[in-house]
Design a protein around this ligand. Structure first.
Ligand code: ADP
Ligand code: ADP
Ligand code: ZN
Length: 220
């Protein structure tokens, strides 16, 4: 089912944004735009942006709006964005949400909706500390909630190397959660006022959350 829409996923670290963005991508052909992935690539490549953001990310703090807005402004101009997109991890502040609004109105392609994946804080440490990904294809897993079918082997590509994010530790999670509540959560009200907000219960299992999101997507 090809769907061409432009949506934002909002929610705390570990709520399932990346997991669900990939599901939507597979189901609809819309593309996932993850600012976390873009930044991790910049760090791995040791690009000028990567060198600037490395320490901030490892500490669990937010990268400056200026850097992020410039990065997304460039990315969103690429031709593949015409397929529609799922923004995963952006915007994460009111200035970012405002900047996104201007970028999209300049193209005459406004946002169709913002979906909040609501998960209370007490779920988050377990979600984050159990997270790992395939080192080859990036498929996401969880030690308890989403194990590979065959232990130690990636379901998607058969690779046997996995990696844990450096910032996925209990101490950093606390910093990331307070950044979420202080700086990011206000965008929920911002999108509610704009009539764009939909809320999904992110404490359901992965398939149930995916089904709830697909249902919401049809209404946007
Ligand atoms: P985010 O991109 O919001 O940080 P992820 O999609 O990476 O979150 O999910 C964080 C971890 O929690 C991953 O290990 C993922 O497999 C797992 N996960 C995602 N959604 C759920 C869910 N609904 N129930 C249980 N575990 C989940
Ligand atoms: P999570 O999966 O835990 O939600 P992400 O992969 O989206 O985390 O982001 C990882 C880190 O990258 C964040 O903790 C932050 O340092 C930085 N980052 C990603 N997106 C943004 C953004 N839109 N604004 C500021 N910092 C960002
Ligand atoms: Zn893999």
């Amino acid at each position: 089912m090809a769907v061409v829409k432009r949506i934002v996923l909002i929610g705390p670290p570990g709520c399932g944004k990346g997991t669900q963005a990939k599901r939507i991508e597979d189901a609809t052909g819309m593309i996932q735009l993850s600012t976390g992935d873009m930044l991790r690539k910049a760090v791995a490549d040791a690009s000028p942006v990567g060198l600037k953001v490395k320490a901030v990310m490892e500490a669990g703090q937010l990268v400056s709006d200026e850097i992020i807005i410039e990065m997304v402004t460039d990315r969103i101009k690429a031709p593949d964005c015409a397929k529609g997109f799922i923004l995963d991890g952006f915007p994460r502040s009111i200035p970012q949400a405002e900047a996104l609004g201007s970028m999209l109105s300049e193209n005459g392609q406004p946002l169709n909706g913002a979906i909040e994946i609501r998960v209370p804080d007490e779920f988050i440490v377990e979600r984050i500390t159990g997270r790992f990904t395939c080192a080859k294809c990036g498929a996401g897993y969880h030690e308890k909630f989403q194990k590979p079918v065959k232990e130690g082997v990636c379901d998607k590509c058969g690779a046997t190397d996995f990696s844990h994010r450096k910032d996925d530790n209990e101490e950093t999670v606390r910093t990331r959660l307070s950044a979420y509540h202080d700086v990011t959560q206000p965008i929920v009200g911002f999108y509610e006022k704009a009539g764009l907000l939909k809320v999904v219960d992110g404490t359901q299992n992965i398939d149930q959350v995916a089904a709830s999101i697909m249902k919401v997507l049809e209404t946007l």
